[in-house]
Design a protein around this ligand. Structure first.
Ligand code: C2O
Ligand code: CU
Ligand code: CU
Length: 520
């Protein structure tokens, strides 16, 4: 089968395709919605050439503006302006749009209780109150999110504000040229180039990981670059795959240093790292310095090998008695029923950057990017959560505090304007779960009992990694770990709000590893 080609990390240029870049291609192209009129988003089928000569049927959000067609556009919106989108659902099943990371009223948030039926229209109207940064939108259809996103229903939402403009001016960055959003995904493509989505119970329990890696829906992409600073806004838009990101110079083992400047919105300052984990739903904004390179040199953005810690299957492991010191060692990769699967934690490349020519560039990284006030946790009450697995014969189900999702039940009730500490413990016999809260950005307070591959990236006494700093909406919790989040439940809406708290492995979310969180 042709797809095995992606399994080999050949650095040959022959099979490389030009990276789709927002701003040029019809797919992912930049759309700045008008401030005076709503624009229409139609969910529908579209065929796009992912594999040359074999158009793939995708599900897309289509918009029209000034005679141009946009598919899954990268929406660029100014902070404190109103986004007005009319969703026309031209699918044969219900759907919703969720604005991931944006603090919007729950009726605008894509909750399953606001499902848009086939043929129906829904008016999304909200003020974009969030800080400037990298957010995204995707389907949140009740029990169908995983399939709809896997088939394509996702795009970037970039919020602009003064701080973002200041950074762009300081470093001379232009969206779509030197500031490039990168949507990282994996899919199963069959011999005809069509997406095939496995629905067997093991795939559903573990989360679906594909054998073809796509960046901006390009297979084996290459991007010509020049010798300057680049901003890459990396979004893990895959259903279940975790990436361990690193930039490597051709034929060198040691990863290149790069800067993390944001995890959505900006961090207080740039932090230099050599690698970062990125879980489904998370974003990381990075700067890569290509100034020291020579024309003709090649840099590869890779996901390097890691231990996926799929410990739910390890029956030989005594409950609660895992050797926490020994977890950076590589386990046997998790073997799925699909012999061609690209195992969790296996290495592969995402994009190659070919230095086309040397150019003069003398901009200097700003020492500070923004101010982040820590949430005051003096008076906060602690709310414990346990992530666990329930086995029912061969079937596995993931639970939050022993519960699963019921659309009209409210197992979490918080008071408006209060602050809580959410202490989330993932059982040792588990797998990593990226936990995501709608409606409120939070701060990671600390991380305890982390496995070696996470602990080795810690940058403070609280056990946090750079990707834990700043404002977050999704946080990865490894087996055995306990992560505490500070959340301030303030919002400007007059009524009670009902938001979702769930695992962003979309198969887990669809099999109800999700709870309502009501703000009263
Ligand atoms: Cu990005 Cu509730 O999800
Ligand atoms: Cu969300
Ligand atoms: Cu999960």
């Amino acid at each position: 089968m042709d797809n095995t080609r992606e399994l080999h990390d050949s650095s040959g240029r022959e099979n490389r395709a030009p990276l789709r870049i927002p701003g040029r291609a019809e797919l992912l192209s930049i759309l700045s919605p008008s401030l005076t009129a709503p624009f229409q988003f139609t969910t529908q089928r579209a065929s796009v050439e992912l594999v040359p000569g074999q158009p793939t049927q995708l599900l897309v959000y289509r918009a029209e503006q000034a005679g141009n067609t946009f598919l899954n556009p990268s929406l660029v919106v100014q902070r404190n302006t109103t986004l007005a989108v009319d969703l026309f659902n031209h699918l044969d099943e219900g759907t919703t749009i969720h604005w991931h990371g944006l603090d919007v009223e729950w009726t605008m948030d894509g909750h399953p209780l606001h499902t848009v039926a086939p043929g129906a229209t829904y008016q999304y109207r909200f003020v974009v109150r969030n800080r400037g940064g990298t957010y995204w939108y995707h389907s949140h259809a009740y029990e169908r999110t995983a399939q709809q996103v896997y088939h394509g229903l996702a795009g970037f939402l970039l919020v602009e504000d003064e701080e973002q403009r200041r950074l762009a001016r300081a470093l001379d960055l232009t969206l779509g040229e030197t500031d490039i959003p990168l949507l990282l995904q994996d899919k199963f493509l069959d011999a005809q180039g069509q997406i095939s989505y496995p629905t067997d119970s093991e795939s559903q329990a573990m989360g679906v990981e594909g054998t073809t890696i796509l960046t901006n829906l390009t297979i084996n992409p290459i991007l010509p670059v020049t010798t300057r600073l680049y901003r890459f806004r990396l979004l893990n838009g895959s259903n279940a795959r975790i990436f361990r990101l690193a930039f490597l110079k051709q034929a060198q083992q040691d990863p290149l240093p790069f800067w993390i400047i944001g995890a959505g919105s900006l961090l207080d300052r740039p932090y230099q790292v050599k690698e970062a984990f990125l879980a489904p739903g998370e974003r990381v904004d990075v700067l890569l310095d290509i100034v020291p390179f020579a024309a003709g040199e090649m840099i590869t953005l890779k996901s390097v090998a890691f231990d996926p810690m799929h410990h739910e299957m390890s029956m030989e492991m005594p409950m609660g008695g895992m050797d926490m010191d020994n977890q950076s060692s590589m386990h046997e990769p998790h073997t799925s029923m699909n012999a061609l699967s690209l195992a969790s934690g296996q290495a592969f490349s995402l994009v190659q950057f070919l230095v086309r020519e040397r150019v003069p560039y003398d901009r200097i990284l700003p020492a500070s990017l923004t101010t982040i006030e820590p949430i005051d946790i003096q008076e906060a009450t602690t709310r414990p959560f346990i992530l666990s697995v329930q086995e029912d014969g061969p079937l596995m189900r993931w639970l939050i505090n022993g519960l699963t999702f019921v659309p009209e039940e409210d197992p979490i009730i918080v008071r408006k304007n209060t602050t809580e500490l959410w202490e989330i413990r993932n059982e040792a016999r588990s797998m990593p779960h990226p936990m995501h809260l709608h409606g409120f950005q939070f701060q990671v307070v600390d991380r305890a009992n982390s496995p070696g591959q996470v602990a080795s990236l810690r940058v403070d006494d609280a056990g946090r990694m750079v990707t834990d700093l700043g404002w977050k909406d999704t946080v990865l919790i490894w087996p055995g770990e306990t992560v505490r989040l500070a959340i301030h439940f303030a919002h400007p809406y007059p009524t009670e709000q009902r938001y979702l708290f769930h695992c962003h492995i979309l198969e887990h979310e669809d099999t109800d590893m999700m709870l309502n969180c009501k703000v009263v």
